[in-house]
Ligand binder design. Structure first.
Ligand SMILES: Nc1nc2c(ncn2[C@@H]2O[C@H](COP(=O)(O)OP(=O)(O)O)[C@@H](O)[C@H]2O)c(=O)[nH]1
Ligand SMILES: [Mg+2]
Length: 298
């Protein structure tokens, strides 16, 4: 299956719930107030967020007037265009090596899985990859990462459970330099004894990266679980406060009908949307593409 069809398969639920609702308003009728109100309701109930929804509605009002569009059926493409424009603002540049990707996010969102998928992808592209098992909070976390590393045939730097995660990152960077590697992927803990500890730990890891590899392109990528919908926003805010995020990736879009929240996220935060996870196996990771994404939900 090609990239687009996998995204399409994965996002069937979003398309079904969102597309089905829209089907009843994009009819042959004249555009009137009821139409905008109904559309507003559908966008909000599909997790687009209040601010993003009112932006979309305002744009649609203005452009239908300007382009003299009278029938609701002719609005659908305009809506698509607006969504693509919003998401294209968040389309990332290609990674430049050497680069470091620190992966952040609350427990269970798919950090380790995403790193595993990326290890495989980069290694298939003949890049030299090192993994840093800096989630030393959960005993099984590094075992899980090692399984992925073995599968992708890449090196993983681990340490005993409980060891300072910044020390693991330091070691992984020495190994990165010695091997003249291309990409360092850092797995972090999503949970500690308290939030302040976690945030301080992430900042410390970040300082080590910047000090030891100042020449590398540095990405601080938060992962959000696509099934959480609008709640993902507060998670992104939290991590952004800690480390000034650069990128975001969304997982589990295969199991949700809440794909709409990505549009709101892209508008609210100045982050590059890098990857989309649509399943549990290595090949279920797609590079984000605004147009494909919109085609898959609408
Ligand atoms: N369906 C689906 N499951 C996923 C995806 N990404 C991760 N998972 C599952 O989510 C669970 C938690 O993933 P994990 O990587 O351990 O999360 P972490 O705590 O953030 O490291 C695992 O069961 C993964 O298989 C995805 O894109 N789709
Ligand atoms: Mg993990």
């Amino acid at each position: 299956m090609g990239f687009f069809s996998r995204l399409f398969e994965g996002m069937k639920k979003t398309k079904k719930s969102f597309g089905e609702k829209l089907k009843y308003i994009f009819t042959g009728n004249e555009i009137d107030e009821d139409f905008f109100e109904e559309l507003e309701y559908i966008l909000i109930s599909s997790d687009f967020g209040v601010e993003t929804t009112s932006y979309i509605i305002d744009e649609l009002r203005e452009r239908t007037k300007k382009e003299k569009i009278k029938k609701t059926a002719d609005c659908q493409n305009l809506l698509k265009t607006i969504l693509v424009e919003i998401l294209e603002e968040a389309a990332p540049e290609k990674l430049k090596c050497p680069c470091v990707i620190m992966v952040l996010g609350v427990n269970g969102v798919g950090k380790t899985t995403t790193i595993g998928k990326l290890a495989k992808k980069f290694s298939d592209e003949n890049k030299k990859v090192i993994l840093a098992a800096a989630d030393t909070f959960r005993a099984a976390a590094s075992d899980q990462l090692e399984v992925w590393a073995n599968r992708a045939k890449v090196k993983v730097v681990t340490n005993e459970h409980g060891v300072d995660p910044a020390a693991v990152v330091y070691d992984s960077i020495q190994s990165f330099k010695a091997k003249n590697a291309d990409i360092l992927l850092i797995d972090t803990a999503g949970r500690l004894h308290n939030k302040a500890n976690l945030m301080e730990e992430l900042r410390k890891i970040s300082r080590v990266v910047q000090k030891e590899l100042p020449e590398a392109e540095y990405h601080k990528m938060v992962i959000v679980d696509g099934t959480t919908g609008q709640n993902a926003l507060s998670q992104v805010e939290l991590f952004n406060e800690a480390v000034d995020l650069t990128d975001i990736s969304i997982t589990k879009l295969d199991g949700t009908s809440k794909g709409g929240f990505l549009v709101g996220l892209a508008k609210d935060f100045d982050l590059d949307i890098r990857y989309v996870g649509v399943g549990e196996s290595a090949e279920d990771l797609l590079e984000f593409n605004a147009k494909d994404f919109v085609d898959a939900i609408l």
